[in-house]
Design a protein around this ligand. Structure first.
Ligand code: F6P
Length: 543
């Protein structure tokens, strides 16, 4: 199935933005603020306690008007409605895209292929809650009758990054007598280090894989089973120490996990959009069912905002449009995600899969080569650490790097002046990036002439500042949904399929073939390029 859309470069708003860029592209943020001091208050938007200040962007009212017009001409409204309706908008896999159904309240109805998917979502949530209560209370016992004290999630990509990020983000709310570990890498060291101090009798493995065929996860799951059985000595122990989270009951049964211990989800949940499905079981075990439901409520609140708010005031749409503006009109290659909240330390890594697996595409939905750059590189680290590492390049390097600062009015761990000091850095960094320091200012400080150029900050570096009260499960849900829908907005404008991931296939297929070549006793017949053949031979000789 192909869809026809007016090419980007032929959309009226696109052309108007190109002309508009000539007028304002060279303007400095100092000038933009001097001309329009009210922009600091006007270019803000808020929903459900999430506040976005986007005034330090290289835009004017006209830019915003044209970007919103671009969204309209790109059919963003229709595309949003199609997603929420359950249309099969992931056309290359012929699937609906319904992570929004995972957080739809009981009583809502979303129909896919004649079935209302909301009731089964709640059935799984109820099953997860009952299980989580049993494990958290100690009622669920291991094979030898001991309480579960350790939970090891085995998964990769969307079956790992969301769970790890959410566990770290919500650690404050977690049950502290449970230890959580996450194993993703097929590198045996990941598994070995995760279990080295754990007692198998007290350890529960969650095997999280949408397909239940992913090489890394299945290899780790088999190793985990061998490890557990070596200590517990009885096949029957699997039922007490392994649960599966998957869409593939057949493979789960084949692995030896009773499907009664399986928590399901559906093909309309993309891996990178699945942390609020059963894939979030580790999160629920950590923070409890009530907190998990607050997380879902946060997602849902942002979903409603995205679906119903005019684009001019719509946080995910604004973030998405600004990303288009810098990526395609200023040639920006990346977006830096800078959380000033230690608990969000894995948030940038989580967003990398969400954004880059979604929008790292080079053909449009009609199968044509895209005309412009698509998905930028998302990256980042917790804020103050980044300041002493890579911020130099953002301030004085030659690249334009739009930044998202994320901060909170309150900390979960009040300790003397720490929080004010932390937040002072958010405001200072955004201010320095935007306004910089001129040669005149540097000279006025008595800097010798030869040193002046080194100490000048050009400024004019754009940023968004996102603020909320304090980090809660609900706020985390809102933040994740904010970026999910920003990704959607970008994909809608580029007219790409943000929900497939064919780009990870080729490497997987080749690796399967090479595994045999690395392991074969006799010299394998290899049909690779000379470089790969040479590397394989070298490895075989030295391993
Ligand atoms: O990286 C490819 C991918 O398919 C991701 O989209 C997915 O999150 C990950 O692999 C893991 O897949 P699964 O949950 O099926 O093991």
């Amino acid at each position: 199935m192909a869809t026809q859309t007016v090419p980007l470069s032929e959309r009226k708003a696109w052309k108007a933005l190109q002309t508009h860029l000539q007028q304002i592209g060279g303007k400095h943020l100092r000038e933009l603020f001097a001309d329009d001091p009210a922009r600091g208050e006007r270019f803000t938007a808020e929903t459900g306690g999430i506040f976005l200040d986007y005034s330090k962007n290289r835009i004017t009212d006209e830019t915003l008007k044209l970007l919103v017009q671009l969204a309209d001409e790109s059919g963003l409204r229709e595309k949003i409605d199609a997603m929420f309706r359950g249309d099969k908008i992931n056309i290359t896999e012929n699937r609906a895209v319904l992570h929004v159904a995972l957080r739809a309240p009981k009583g809502e109805s979303i129909v896919v292929d004649g079935e209302d998917v909301v009731p089964p979502v709640h059935e799984v949530l109820d099953k997860m809650s009952a299980f989580a209560d049993r494990v958290r209370s100690g009622e669920w016992k291991g094979h030898t009758g001991k309480k579960i004290r350790n939970v090891v999630n085995i998964g990769i990509g969307g079956s790992d990054l969301g769970p790890v990020m959410a566990y770290e983000a919500l650690k404050f709310y977690s049950q502290r007598d449970l230890t959580f570990r996450f194993v993703s890498n097929v590198d045996g060291s990941d598994f070995a280090e995760a279990v080295r101090d754990l007692d198998a009798e007290e350890t529960l493995f969650l095997v999280a894989s949408k397909t239940f065929t992913t090489l890394e996860t299945m290899t780790n799951a088999h190793t985990a089973r061998d490890w557990a059985l070596a200590k517990l000595g009885d096949e029957k122990a699997v039922a007490k120490h392994f649960v599966a989270i998957s869409t593939n009951a057949k493979e789960v049964a084949k692995f030896g996990i009773d499907t009664a211990n399986m928590f399901g989800f559906w093909d309309w949940v993309g891996g990178r959009y699945s942390m609020d499905s059963a894939i979030g079981l580790s999160t629920m075990l950590a923070i409890g069912p009530a907190n998990f439901r607050d997380l879902l409520a946060g997602f849902h609140e942002m979903d409603v905002h995205f679906r119903t708010t005019p684009f001019e005031k719509n946080l995910p749409v604004l973030l998405g449009l600004l990303t288009i503006w810098y990526t395609d009109f200023f040639d920006a290659q990346t977006v830096a995600i800078l959380p000033y909240e230690q608990y969000l330390k894995r948030f940038p890594a989580y967003l990398q899969q969400l954004t880059m697996e979604s929008n790292g595409k080079h053909v449009t939905l009609d199968g044509k080569q895209v005309e412009v750059q698509t998905g930028p590189i998302y990256w980042g680290e917790p804020g103050t650490n980044g300041q002493h590492s890579f911020y130099q390049l953002i301030h004085q390097g030659t690249r334009l790097i739009p930044c998202d600062f994320i901060g909170f009015y309150k900390t979960l761990n009040p300790l003397g002046r720490h929080h004010d000091m932390l937040m002072a850095n958010v405001f200072a960094q955004a201010e320095a990036l935007a306004f910089g320091k001129t040669a005149e200012q540097v000279k006025a400080e008595g800097t010798p002439d030869w040193l002046v150029p080194h100490r000048v900050f050009e400024g004019n570096r754009p940023s968004n500042t996102i603020l909320a009260d304090h980090l809660t499960p609900k706020v985390l849900g809102q933040l994740v949904a904010l970026y999910e829908h920003s990704v959607f907005t970008q994909g809608a404008i580029w007219n790409i399929d943000s929900f497939d991931q064919w780009g990870v296939e080729l490497g997987k297929v080749l690796a399967q073939k090479i595994i045999g070549e690395l392991e074969s006793e006799s010299e394998p017949k290899m049909a690779h390029d000379p470089s790969t053949t040479n590397l394989i031979q070298r490895y075989r000789k030295n391993k």
